[in-house]
Design a protein around this ligand. Sequence first.
Ligand code: HEC
Length: 209
Amino acid sequence: MQTGFLHTHTLVVGLFLAFYLFKTILLLAGKIDLLDKVRDKTKVVDIVLGTLILVTGGYLISIIGVREPWLWVKTVAVTALIPVGIIGMKRHNKALAVLALVGFIYFYGVAETQSLTMKRTNYAELATAGADAALYSGQTIYQNECVRCHGADGAAEVYKAYNLQTSKLNAAQAVDVILNGRNSMKGYKKRLNEAQALAVAEYVQTLKR
Ligand code: HEC
Protein backbone atom coordinates (compact mmCIF):
# COMPACT_ATOMS: atom_id res chain seq x y z
CA MET A 1 0.00 0.00 0.00
CA GLN A 2 2.66 2.51 1.04
CA THR A 3 4.89 1.32 -1.84
CA GLY A 4 3.71 3.93 -4.29
CA PHE A 5 3.78 6.84 -1.92
CA LEU A 6 7.36 7.97 -2.32
CA HIS A 7 6.90 7.88 -6.07
CA THR A 8 3.69 9.92 -5.75
CA HIS A 9 5.43 12.38 -3.43
CA THR A 10 8.42 12.79 -5.77
CA LEU A 11 6.06 13.18 -8.75
CA VAL A 12 3.87 15.88 -7.21
CA VAL A 13 6.93 17.72 -5.91
CA GLY A 14 8.41 17.62 -9.43
CA LEU A 15 5.19 18.93 -11.00
CA PHE A 16 4.80 21.65 -8.40
CA LEU A 17 8.42 22.76 -8.86
CA ALA A 18 8.25 22.82 -12.67
CA PHE A 19 5.05 24.81 -12.55
CA TYR A 20 6.35 27.18 -9.90
CA LEU A 21 9.57 27.75 -11.85
CA PHE A 22 7.51 28.64 -14.93
CA LYS A 23 5.46 31.20 -13.01
CA THR A 24 8.57 32.70 -11.38
CA ILE A 25 10.09 33.17 -14.84
CA LEU A 26 6.91 34.96 -16.01
CA LEU A 27 7.02 37.18 -12.93
CA LEU A 28 10.71 38.04 -13.34
CA ALA A 29 10.23 38.68 -17.06
CA GLY A 30 7.47 41.14 -16.22
CA LYS A 31 4.78 39.12 -18.03
CA ILE A 32 2.29 39.98 -15.32
CA ASP A 33 -0.86 39.69 -17.47
CA LEU A 34 0.10 36.24 -18.65
CA LEU A 35 1.09 35.24 -15.11
CA ASP A 36 -2.30 36.30 -13.76
CA LYS A 37 -4.06 34.44 -16.55
CA VAL A 38 -2.08 31.27 -15.86
CA ARG A 39 -2.66 31.61 -12.12
CA ASP A 40 -6.35 32.19 -12.62
CA LYS A 41 -6.76 29.10 -14.77
CA THR A 42 -4.68 26.86 -12.51
CA LYS A 43 -5.73 27.90 -9.03
CA VAL A 44 -7.19 24.51 -8.27
CA VAL A 45 -4.12 22.69 -9.59
CA ASP A 46 -1.94 24.72 -7.22
CA ILE A 47 -4.08 23.95 -4.21
CA VAL A 48 -4.30 20.27 -5.13
CA LEU A 49 -0.54 19.92 -5.69
CA GLY A 50 0.35 21.86 -2.52
CA THR A 51 -2.02 19.75 -0.45
CA LEU A 52 -0.81 16.51 -2.05
CA ILE A 53 2.81 17.39 -1.23
CA LEU A 54 1.97 17.82 2.43
CA VAL A 55 -0.35 14.81 2.63
CA THR A 56 1.97 12.34 0.85
CA GLY A 57 4.98 13.73 2.76
CA GLY A 58 3.19 13.51 6.09
CA TYR A 59 2.05 9.99 5.33
CA LEU A 60 5.61 8.95 4.43
CA ILE A 61 6.95 10.32 7.69
CA SER A 62 4.25 8.49 9.61
CA ILE A 63 5.05 5.09 8.05
CA ILE A 64 8.84 5.22 7.93
CA GLY A 65 9.29 6.77 11.34
CA VAL A 66 12.32 8.86 10.41
CA ARG A 67 13.85 10.90 13.16
CA GLU A 68 16.74 12.65 11.43
CA PRO A 69 16.92 16.43 11.83
CA TRP A 70 17.19 17.21 8.11
CA LEU A 71 13.75 15.73 7.52
CA TRP A 72 12.10 17.81 10.19
CA VAL A 73 13.81 20.99 9.07
CA LYS A 74 12.75 20.26 5.50
CA THR A 75 9.16 19.50 6.50
CA VAL A 76 8.72 22.65 8.56
CA ALA A 77 10.48 24.85 5.99
CA VAL A 78 8.57 23.53 2.98
CA THR A 79 5.26 23.82 4.82
CA ALA A 80 6.10 27.49 5.42
CA LEU A 81 7.51 28.11 1.93
CA ILE A 82 4.44 26.90 0.02
CA PRO A 83 2.25 29.78 1.29
CA VAL A 84 5.17 32.23 0.89
CA GLY A 85 5.41 31.22 -2.78
CA ILE A 86 1.67 31.47 -3.33
CA ILE A 87 1.50 34.92 -1.69
CA GLY A 88 4.58 36.06 -3.67
CA MET A 89 2.85 35.14 -6.93
CA LYS A 90 -0.43 36.71 -5.91
CA ARG A 91 1.17 40.03 -4.94
CA HIS A 92 3.67 39.93 -7.83
CA ASN A 93 6.39 40.16 -5.21
CA LYS A 94 9.61 39.04 -6.89
CA ALA A 95 11.61 38.77 -3.66
CA LEU A 96 9.10 36.44 -2.00
CA ALA A 97 8.66 34.37 -5.15
CA VAL A 98 12.41 33.93 -5.61
CA LEU A 99 12.92 33.21 -1.89
CA ALA A 100 10.41 30.38 -2.09
CA LEU A 101 11.93 29.06 -5.33
CA VAL A 102 15.47 29.00 -3.91
CA GLY A 103 14.10 27.33 -0.77
CA PHE A 104 12.27 24.64 -2.78
CA ILE A 105 15.37 23.85 -4.83
CA TYR A 106 17.62 23.75 -1.77
CA PHE A 107 15.30 21.38 0.10
CA TYR A 108 14.98 19.21 -2.99
CA GLY A 109 18.77 18.81 -2.81
CA VAL A 110 18.56 18.18 0.93
CA ALA A 111 16.02 15.39 0.37
CA GLU A 112 18.16 13.83 -2.36
CA THR A 113 21.34 13.83 -0.26
CA GLN A 114 19.57 13.51 3.10
CA SER A 115 21.81 16.18 4.51
CA LEU A 116 21.34 19.88 5.27
CA THR A 117 24.81 20.58 3.86
CA MET A 118 23.96 18.43 0.81
CA LYS A 119 26.98 16.20 1.41
CA ARG A 120 26.42 12.47 1.64
CA THR A 121 28.17 10.95 4.64
CA ASN A 122 31.08 8.76 3.56
CA TYR A 123 31.40 6.23 6.38
CA ALA A 124 34.47 4.56 4.91
CA GLU A 125 36.28 7.92 5.03
CA LEU A 126 35.05 8.57 8.57
CA ALA A 127 36.65 5.29 9.64
CA THR A 128 40.00 6.02 7.99
CA ALA A 129 39.95 9.52 9.48
CA GLY A 130 39.69 7.92 12.92
CA ALA A 131 36.22 9.30 13.78
CA ASP A 132 34.25 7.98 16.77
CA ALA A 133 33.14 4.44 15.86
CA ALA A 134 29.59 5.19 17.10
CA LEU A 135 29.21 7.32 13.95
CA TYR A 136 29.50 4.26 11.76
CA SER A 137 28.02 1.44 13.83
CA GLY A 138 25.63 -0.87 11.97
CA GLN A 139 22.65 0.66 13.71
CA THR A 140 23.69 4.27 13.00
CA ILE A 141 24.30 3.54 9.34
CA TYR A 142 20.95 1.77 9.09
CA GLN A 143 19.12 4.67 10.70
CA ASN A 144 20.83 7.27 8.55
CA GLU A 145 20.72 5.49 5.20
CA CYS A 146 18.18 2.70 5.08
CA VAL A 147 15.17 3.88 7.09
CA ARG A 148 13.77 6.09 4.33
CA CYS A 149 13.00 3.02 2.23
CA HIS A 150 13.00 0.10 4.66
CA GLY A 151 11.61 1.90 7.74
CA ALA A 152 12.95 1.79 11.30
CA ASP A 153 11.48 -1.71 11.75
CA GLY A 154 12.53 -2.98 8.29
CA ALA A 155 8.95 -3.39 7.06
CA ALA A 156 8.15 -0.03 5.43
CA GLU A 157 8.49 -1.20 1.78
CA VAL A 158 8.74 2.35 0.44
CA TYR A 159 9.99 2.45 -3.19
CA LYS A 160 9.22 -1.29 -3.46
CA ALA A 161 11.95 -2.01 -0.90
CA TYR A 162 11.90 -5.61 0.32
CA ASN A 163 10.56 -6.28 3.77
CA LEU A 164 13.69 -6.94 5.83
CA GLN A 165 11.71 -8.60 8.63
CA THR A 166 10.88 -11.49 6.33
CA SER A 167 14.07 -11.46 4.22
CA LYS A 168 15.60 -14.90 3.68
CA LEU A 169 19.10 -13.55 3.09
CA ASN A 170 21.89 -14.26 5.56
CA ALA A 171 24.33 -11.51 6.54
CA ALA A 172 26.87 -12.37 3.81
CA GLN A 173 24.19 -12.27 1.09
CA ALA A 174 22.86 -9.01 2.50
CA VAL A 175 26.40 -7.53 2.36
CA ASP A 176 26.40 -8.23 -1.37
CA VAL A 177 23.10 -6.34 -1.89
CA ILE A 178 24.23 -3.49 0.38
CA LEU A 179 27.57 -2.98 -1.39
CA ASN A 180 26.51 -3.68 -4.97
CA GLY A 181 22.85 -2.68 -4.90
CA ARG A 182 20.04 -4.49 -6.70
CA ASN A 183 17.44 -3.04 -9.07
CA SER A 184 16.19 0.27 -7.66
CA MET A 185 18.39 0.02 -4.53
CA LYS A 186 21.73 1.68 -5.19
CA GLY A 187 24.90 0.07 -3.85
CA TYR A 188 26.90 1.65 -1.03
CA LYS A 189 30.32 0.53 -2.25
CA LYS A 190 31.70 4.06 -2.42
CA ARG A 191 30.57 5.03 1.06
CA LEU A 192 30.90 1.90 3.19
CA ASN A 193 33.90 -0.36 3.70
CA GLU A 194 33.34 -4.12 3.96
CA ALA A 195 33.41 -4.21 7.75
CA GLN A 196 30.77 -1.47 7.85
CA ALA A 197 28.59 -3.26 5.29
CA LEU A 198 28.82 -6.39 7.43
CA ALA A 199 27.91 -4.40 10.55
CA VAL A 200 24.75 -3.07 8.84
CA ALA A 201 23.93 -6.54 7.47
CA GLU A 202 24.19 -7.92 11.00
CA TYR A 203 21.94 -5.16 12.26
CA VAL A 204 19.43 -6.09 9.53
CA GLN A 205 19.43 -9.67 10.87
CA THR A 206 18.18 -8.34 14.23
CA LEU A 207 15.09 -6.88 12.50
CA LYS A 208 13.89 -10.31 11.39
CA ARG A 209 10.64 -11.55 12.84
C1 HEC B 1 16.02 4.05 -2.20
C2 HEC B 1 15.46 3.02 -1.34
C3 HEC B 1 16.38 2.09 -0.61
C4 HEC B 1 17.38 2.41 0.28
C5 HEC B 1 17.84 3.79 0.72
C6 HEC B 1 17.89 1.14 0.76
N1 HEC B 1 17.24 0.11 0.17
FE1 HEC B 1 17.53 -1.86 0.51
N2 HEC B 1 16.21 -2.33 -0.94
C7 HEC B 1 15.50 -1.43 -1.67
C8 HEC B 1 14.79 -2.12 -2.73
C9 HEC B 1 13.89 -1.47 -3.76
C10 HEC B 1 15.09 -3.49 -2.59
C11 HEC B 1 14.60 -4.63 -3.47
C12 HEC B 1 15.59 -4.76 -4.63
C13 HEC B 1 15.09 -5.69 -5.72
O1 HEC B 1 13.97 -5.47 -6.19
O2 HEC B 1 15.84 -6.59 -6.10
C14 HEC B 1 15.99 -3.59 -1.45
C15 HEC B 1 16.53 -4.77 -0.99
C16 HEC B 1 17.35 -4.89 0.09
C17 HEC B 1 17.87 -6.13 0.61
C18 HEC B 1 17.59 -7.53 0.05
C19 HEC B 1 16.46 -8.18 0.81
C20 HEC B 1 16.10 -9.54 0.29
O3 HEC B 1 15.48 -10.29 1.04
O4 HEC B 1 16.40 -9.85 -0.87
C21 HEC B 1 18.64 -5.83 1.71
C22 HEC B 1 19.38 -6.80 2.60
C23 HEC B 1 18.62 -4.38 1.85
N3 HEC B 1 17.82 -3.85 0.86
C24 HEC B 1 19.27 -3.68 2.84
C25 HEC B 1 19.43 -2.30 2.82
C26 HEC B 1 20.30 -1.58 3.72
C27 HEC B 1 21.10 -2.22 4.84
C28 HEC B 1 20.22 -0.28 3.38
C29 HEC B 1 21.00 0.88 3.95
C30 HEC B 1 22.44 0.76 3.93
C31 HEC B 1 19.29 -0.17 2.28
N4 HEC B 1 18.83 -1.42 1.98
C32 HEC B 1 18.92 1.04 1.70
C33 HEC B 1 15.46 -0.07 -1.49
C34 HEC B 1 16.31 0.66 -0.68
